[in-house]
Design a protein around this ligand. Structure first.
Ligand SMILES: [Mg+2]
Length: 386
């Protein structure tokens, strides 16, 4: 089976959409076609669509030159083939993210070729009774809902985010991450306190402050308060350019520190786990360098006593790939999930409805060959923006 065509297209809720309010910004997707009729799909989060369109296509494009005519073998070989071509370019940035998306699409085809869901080919379900949450069986993956608000800080933020958490808890979701972005230290603690009070002591609560601090003492004062609220992890207190403040905070708080939404390659994760002392790595299945690279990140984290909770503030096209990693990974209690039920985005709703169903707050291990995500046929007509 050979790769014969690389297709790109762009979908979105519209040009004016604010992704920080839950809308789907113009999102490039890639599809790899083969001469035997099988194709693989992925999306390319946070890469300008024109960059994807300019580098993924015919023989005149960077990735077209690398992939067209290639034999469809184990995706790891194709990954290495693409990676070797990056040695003399930037090796990071948009290039590795696009490589990662193409790797996910290659896994999608590879699974269909062998008639197996991708998690089987990653190593089979290695989820056990130890790292998975107590109420979860080893045959399901648990999403945590990331919750944002239309405004940051103060009463409006508290009310909107708490209401969204409560609504999702009523729908059966089991874990929630509130996002007091651009907020004062007081408001960070207050949002967590009110959310915990409303959802009760049993459900899981995380806090993401989105790179809010640069000094360790301020972050530590907040952690001291959050420790009373049973916070599962504290995400990105600092910019991720240096692991030093993470290591200093980690040494002084019992709350696991998390990062990784924009981290690429196993090398960045390795540095943040070893030098930054983070306990929760959050690779995006495309951004980190693909499912191939995400599996390596699991292996490295496993040996170092860290967890991997795949990040995904994008759609369920990418979310489906996260579920396969989690189904395989023995150290993945949760995957991130932008639950469409509380956001005003028609596209997000449709893409979620086409994805793996969430029942009683959990996703059963997928059984269709490949990734198993089918883009609804008429969706392109209504949401294609490029
Ligand atoms: Mg985040």
């Amino acid at each position: 089976m050979k790769i014969t065509r690389l297709e790109t297209f762009v979908i979105g809720d519209g040009p004016e959409i604010d992704p920080d309010k839950g809308g789907v910004e113009p999102l490039a997707c890639v599809r790899i076609h083969t001469d035997e009729g099988l194709s693989g799909l992925s999306e390319v989060f946070r890469v300008p669509p024109a960059v994807v369109q300019g580098t993924v296509g015919g023989l005149e494009t960077h990735f077209g030159r690398l992939l067209l005519g290639q034999e469809m073998t184990h995706p790891e070989r194709l990954w290495q083939h693409m990676w070797d071509a990056l040695i003399h370019t930037n090796r990071r940035g948009w290039e590795i993210i696009i490589l990662g998306a193409l790797d996910v699409a290659a896994w999608d085809i590879y699974g269909q070729m062998l008639g197996q869901p991708v998690w089987q080919l990653l190593g089979g379900a290695q989820r056990g009774p130890f790292q998975t949450p107590a109420e979860t069986s080893s045959t399901e993956v648990v999403p945590y809902c990331t919750i944002v608000s239309d405004v940051w800080g103060g009463e409006s933020m508290f009310q909107q985010q708490v209401a969204r958490a409560v609504r999702l808890a009523e729908l059966g979701y089991r874990a929630f991450k509130v996002e007091p972005m651009k907020s004062s230290p007081h408001d960070v603690v207050e949002l967590a306190r009110r959310t915990r009070a409303e959802i009760g002591p049993e459900l899981t609560l995380m806090v993401d402050v989105g790179y809010l601090f640069n000094d360790v003492p301020t972050a530590l004062r907040i952690c001291r308060e959050l420790e009373k609220l049973d916070i599962y992890f504290f995400e990105t207190p600092f910019p991720v350019d240096s692991p030093e403040p993470y290591a200093r905070l980690a040494a002084q708080t019992s709350i696991p520190l998390a990062m990784g939404e924009h981290a690429v390659t196993r090398w960045e994760f390795l540095d943040m786990i070893d030098r930054g002392r983070i306990s929760v790595a959050q690779p995006y299945m495309s951004t980190c360098g693909g499912l191939t690279e995400a599996k390596r990140i699991v292996d490295l984290a496993l040996a170092r006593g860290a967890l991997v909770c795949p990040g995904n503030w994008s759609t369920q096209i990418l979310g489906a790939a996260s579920v396969h990693l989690a189904a395989y990974s023995p150290i993945t209690p949760f995957v991130e999930f932008a639950a469409a039920e509380v956001f005003d985005s028609p596209l997000r709703k449709e893409l979620q409805a086409a994805g793996f169903p969430v029942r009683s707050g959990a996703i059963s291990l997928p059984d269709r060959p490949g990734i198993g995500y089918e883009l609804p046929v008429d969706l392109m007509r209504r949401f294609r923006v490029g």
